[in-house]
Design a protein around this ligand. Structure first.
Ligand code: URA
Length: 413
């Protein structure tokens, strides 16, 4: 059992270069193999928060009242563009959202990569700018930057020592950044299934429970939804293609599953923020969420009047026969999008904003022989063969509709 003092010391000393990489690697491996007690996870997370600044926006007022500061975090999915329509819905309902966000690594996309596909959009915001935006616009989406610097260093070491997939280390890593960003309530979307970080429901449930406890122990009421990530969300996987789909949702259309998850999370966030008497669905119908999105993008330098980038080369996959679209494996589509250039293999690599996959037929939809099922986009056509190989076997056309698993699996907290 690590004492509080030992945890505080090792996090501080490692962040400041006084503990050797070899020693920290050994400790991470011990945690990876043996786990941590709940008390150790709480202290480890608190020490990571203390390694940097913890934002406090409780003094900000709008119309004389404190801001209803609330945020969400997703453990990462395929086609998971939900933050993009969700934030404006919550803003239009009266919430204020300080969102520290990340760039993608490996098969999961990052919200910042998607938003940066909007010409001019910047997520490099100073603290003063974040405060001003929260007060005047109602949200700010910013790179985690100096929040929990211990996490950045420890995450890089986990990456090269194969200790990323440790539940206590994942939970403390995510929550250290989310608890430092200044939200007063948190809603987590914990993914379950083939395209998720953790594949099985018991593991995801345990991650959700651990993160909810960490939030509550640090004074930020936290709840989680467990949601299905076996199939991609919606019909677009990539960067700009996902922004385009989010704009459809904000215009009152868009795929049913994206709309349903946006509204389920918005309902939780609005409730967690203590806002009564609003229906998030109204904000999609009456255009108020779209207005908030335009204001947010404009505040961060983005220009929605410019066309979104689209990969200069296109390849299609067509239906081999008549029938019904079967299940689509989220991981196969994610890997295809990554091969096309939508994601990165190493931190800091550039991504192609116009790369991605459009899914023309979702599971259960009728299919005619020869029609286009998937469109693939990239600026580097030599990537097509690897992307097509990833898609191969990730879908099938059958005789009847596949089982339709529920999107919302459970609620924790
Ligand atoms: N996201 C994080 O921020 N940290 C992890 O450890 C895993 C996912």
């Amino acid at each position: 059992m690590l004492s509080d003092a030992a945890i505080d010391w090792v996090i501080d000393a490692y962040t400041n270069g006084r503990v050797a990489e070899e020693q920290m690697s050994a400790l991470l491996m011990a945690i990876f193999l043996r786990g941590m007690t709940p008390a150790e996870i709480v202290r480890w997370t608190a020490a990571m928060i203390t390694s940097g600044e913890r934002f406090d926006f409780t003094d900000l007022r709008r119309d004389g009242r404190p801001l209803a500061l609330v945020d969400k975090h997703s453990t990462g999915g395929v086609g998971d563009k939900i933050t993009i329509p969700l934030l404006p819905v919550v803003m239009a309902c009266g919430g204020a959202v300080p969102q520290a966000s990340g760039r993608g690594l490996g098969h999961t996309g990052g919200t910042l990569d998607k938003l940066e596909s909007i010409p001019g959009f910047s997520a490099e915001l100073s603290k003063d700018r974040i405060r001003q935006q929260l007060r005047d616009v109602g949200a700010a989406i910013f790179a985690a930057g100096e929040l929990a610097p211990a996490d950045r260093k420890i995450y890089a070491l986990r990456d090269i020592t194969s200790t990323v997939d440790s539940l206590p280390l994942i939970a403390s890593s995510i929550m250290s950044k989310k608890l430092a960003e200044g939200a007063r309530a948190l809603v987590l979307d914990v993914k379950v299934g083939r395209g998720a970080f953790l594949k099985t429901e018991p593991e995801s449930r345990e991650l959700a429970r651990t993160m909810v406890e960490l939030g509550n122990a640090n004074g930020v009421p936290t709840r989680a939804l467990l949601t299905d990530m076996n199939r991609p969300l919606g019909r677009a996987v990539g960067n700009a293609v996902e922004v385009a789909e989010s704009l459809e949702v904000l215009s009152g259309g868009g795929p049913d599953d994206v709309v349903a998850l946006t509204l389920a999370l918005a309902t939780e966030m609005v409730d967690a923020a203590g806002i009564d008497g609003v229906d998030p669905a109204d904000t999609l119908r009456d255009g108020s969420a779209m207005d908030r999105f335009r204001a947010l993008v404009a505040a961060q330098g983005g220009d929605l009047s410019q066309p979104l980038p689209v990969g200069s080369a296109r390849e299609t996959v067509t239906a081999p026969r008549d029938g019904v679209m079967g299940d689509i494996d989220a991981m196969g589509v994610a890997m295809a999008a990554w091969r096309l250039g939508a994601g990165r293999a190493q931190p800091g690599e550039p991504v192609q904003f116009g790369a991605g996959v459009r899914i023309h037929r979702r599971p259960g939809e009728p299919v005619s022989a020869g029609e286009t099922l998937f469109s693939l986009y990239t600026d580097t056509p030599d990537r097509f063969s690897a992307a097509l190989a990833e898609l191969d076997g990730a879908w099938a056309v059958g005789e009847s509709a596949p089982a339709d698993p529920p999107l919302l699996i459970d609620r924790v907290g």
